[in-house]
Design a protein around this ligand. Structure first.
Ligand code: HEC
Ligand code: HEC
Length: 214
């Protein structure tokens, strides 16, 4: 119980911290053009456009990108480019993109309607995710409040990708001021698995960005 309380105190800290961090997150360039983004995404389909395509070592599913939040896509690509997220292939991909390319691709992937929180929740919410829902919502689709930085849509994401992401935050390989702390609330590999399974199992518009996906 004590650690849970500490966790919630930490959450309060992180929330106030996250607002100041957000100031520079809004892109300076022109808003993304989805039609251009679709063309620029051409080289990405090879992995992200194939259902259940897998990263080789370690073995986990490549994340679903269709209907992910545009601002999160941009910040993820910037993090690969500047090394906050270590991944050789994605570093090479992101390094070849300009800020405007990222905005265009993100506008295409998100689509015209940002994913919104809905009320339907599948399954009993495990205690492991008690703190997570403040930002990700009960179903991993987000909350009505405008948080900056924008939390990723995690509802309906591949379970082993979520596990991989949480493990990388926990061991510090993936650096993020908000999630670095939050992932420490998951004390064991089992807690990570339970949280990942719960969110992956939620109904969600998140899908693989195939050439014909809307
Ligand atoms: C060779 C396969 C491959 C190609 C090509 C590729 N990606 Fe990726 N991408 C991955 C893998 C694997 C990950 C997960 C890496 C990790 O664990 O951080 C990823 C992660 C991402 C993420 C983060 C998603 C999230 O939920 O955090 C974004 C955004 C992304 N890729 C966009 C792109 C774009 C845009 C392109 C084309 C310019 C591209 N990718 C090309 C394999 C690929
Ligand atoms: C204070 C708000 C906040 C809380 C609480 C929070 N998150 Fe997050 N989460 C974020 C933000 C912001 C990001 C994007 C971070 C980044 O860019 O790496 C994120 C990203 C993630 C990702 C990576 C998604 C991807 O596509 O790579 C996972 C998985 C995740 N959170 C799970 C959790 C879990 C599980 C908990 C509870 C233990 C939790 N989060 C608590 C804000 C939060």
């Amino acid at each position: 119980m004590l650690s849970r309380l500490n966790g919630l105190a930490w959450l309060g800290m992180t929330l106030s911290l996250s607002w100041s961090v957000g100031a520079h997150a809004a892109g300076d360039g022109a808003p993304g053009d989805p039609a251009l983004g679709e063309k620029k995404f051409y080289t990405c389909y090879g992995c992200h456009g194939v259902e259940n395509y897998r990263n080789a070592y370690p073995d986990y599913a490549v994340p679903k990108l269709r209907h992910q939040h545009a601002s999160y896509i941009v910040s993820a690509l910037q993090a690969y480019k500047n090394g906050e997220r270590p991944h050789a292939t994605m570093h090479a991909q992101a390094a070849s993109l300009s800020d405007q390319d990222m905005e265009d691709i993100a506008a295409y992937l998100q689509g015209p309607e940002p994913t919104k929180a809905t009320s339907a929740v599948k399954g009993k919410t495990p205690t492991q995710v008690a703190a997570c829902v403040a930002c990700h919502g009960d179903n991993g689709l987000g909350v009505a409040a405008e948080l900056t930085p924008k939390p990723a849509v995690i509802g309906g994401q591949h379970v082993d990708y979520l596990q991989q992401a949480l493990t990388a935050y926990r061991n510090g390989r993936r650096k993020n001021v908000v999630m670095g702390g939050m992932a420490q609330l998951l004390k064991t590999d089992d807690d990570v698995r339970i949280a990942a399974e719960y969110f992956a199992n939620q109904a969600s518009p998140l899908t693989t960005a195939t050439t014909h996906s809307k």
